[in-house]
Design a protein around this ligand. Structure first.
Ligand SMILES: Nc1ncnc2c1ncn2[C@@H]1O[C@H](COP(=O)(O)OP(=O)(O)OP(=O)(O)O)[C@@H](O)[C@H]1O
Ligand SMILES: [Mg+2]
Length: 132
């Protein structure tokens, strides 16, 4: 899918967030400024959270309570993440859903992968795929 504004990317995130349940894992991949945090802002809204979503670059994880709890992880400063358990994050999936920016740095388990591409100016391409 392509979006032409941050609001459109947020709307796609909201759709993804609205169907999340505990245990769901969404990995976001793509370069700096490609819209990952913008997408998470929509996801949080879709889970019924009114939290302020900012990039947790200086924090590994932020928690947004909602209809389903959403844990927002950013691995920008974690170059090789290993597995979620190595980061102490696996237990958060028992109590809610999780979205991970730079999620391609973590060893995969069953997850949905969204890859972001910057097409110039305000255009972004988002590719959605299910990972086995
Ligand atoms: N179609 C679009 N979708 C998403 N963001 C857009 C779009 N057009 C413009 N933008 C702008 O691009 C920027 C995207 O920043 P954002 O923080 O979401 O990216 P990011 O992928 O999380 O970056 P980082 O890797 O630094 O965490 C924002 O300033 C946003 O307003
Ligand atoms: Mg970000």
């Amino acid at each position: 899918m392509t979006t032409a504004s941050a609001a459109e990317t947020e709307a796609l995130g909201e759709q993804t967030g609205s169907r999340l349940k505990a245990g769901d894992l969404v990995l976001l991949a793509g370069p700096l400024g490609s819209g990952k945090t913008t997408f998470v802002r929509g996801m949080a809204r879709g889970t019924g959270s009114d939290a302020q979503v900012q990039s947790p670059t200086f924090q590994l994880v932020r928690i947004y309570p909602g209809r389903v709890q959403l844990a927002h992880v950013d691995l920008y400063r974690v170059k090789a993440a290993g597995e979620l358990a190595d980061l102490g994050l696996d237990e958060l999936l028992d109590g809610g859903a999780m979205v991970i920016e730079w999620g391609d740095r973590v060893d995969l388990r069953r997850a949905e992968l969204v890859t972001f591409e910057n097409l110039g100016e305000d255009r972004r391409r988002l590719r959605f795929e299910a990972e086995a």
